[in-house]
Design a protein around this ligand. Structure first.
Ligand SMILES: [Zn+2]
Length: 174
């Protein structure tokens, strides 16, 4: 009996976040193509000859400008999620331990003293104005928005970890 049988490559319960994102991308590209008269399934979304990816990025940029959503911040957060999905879809990737503030360094100016980091925290909010802090407290990680307090260079915490920066990339020396 063959004990090395392989499971199907994409059964529904093994969909990664990356698979879901790719499926969403196909849907919106095909929706954009339908606007130009393509019948469902007729457009070559993989090669995008009409440039609908550019059109959709522009559409999202217009949306953010119209409704005062911070476009630059959205791009940075999207990059963080992209890197996270990519890492999770490659099982051989060794995950790093959680970041600490002591190991962060600005990849642009070399600052190590202070960073603006977006943290999340679950609070219990009562009708009378009382606020209770949740047990886990403030949480942040590799994919959190991070901005240098010295030069305003922005990215994700992952990009600010010295372990992820190439030797000699930062000009300052200690
Ligand atoms: Zn900096």
């Amino acid at each position: 009996m063959d004990t090395t049988s392989l499971s199907p490559p994409s059964s529904p319960d093994t969909l990664t976040d990356r698979d879901v994102m790719l499926s969403i991308a196909r849907e919106v590209i095909e929706a954009r193509a339908a606007r130009d008269g393509y019948t469902p399934g007729a457009y070559d979304a993989k090669h995008d000859p009409e440039g609908y990816v550019t059109s959709l990025v522009n559409a999202l940029h217009q949306w953010c400008a119209r409704y005062r959503i911070d476009w630059e911040k959205e791009l940075i957060r999207a990059q963080g999620f992209f890197e996270q999905d990519l890492a999770e879809s490659e099982p051989e990737t060794v995950s790093l331990p959680l970041p600490t503030i002591q190991e962060l360094q600005c990849p642009a100016c070399g600052n190590r003293e202070a960073f603006v980091i977006e943290v999340s925290e679950c609070l219990v909010l009562f009708r009378d104005g009382t606020v209770l802090h949740g047990d886990p407290g403030e949480q942040w990680g590799d994919w959190s928005y991070c901005r240098c307090h010295a030069c305003d260079h922005a990215g994700t915490v992952y990009q600010f970890r010295t372990i992820n920066q190439a030797e000699g990339e930062v000009q300052s020396n200690g």
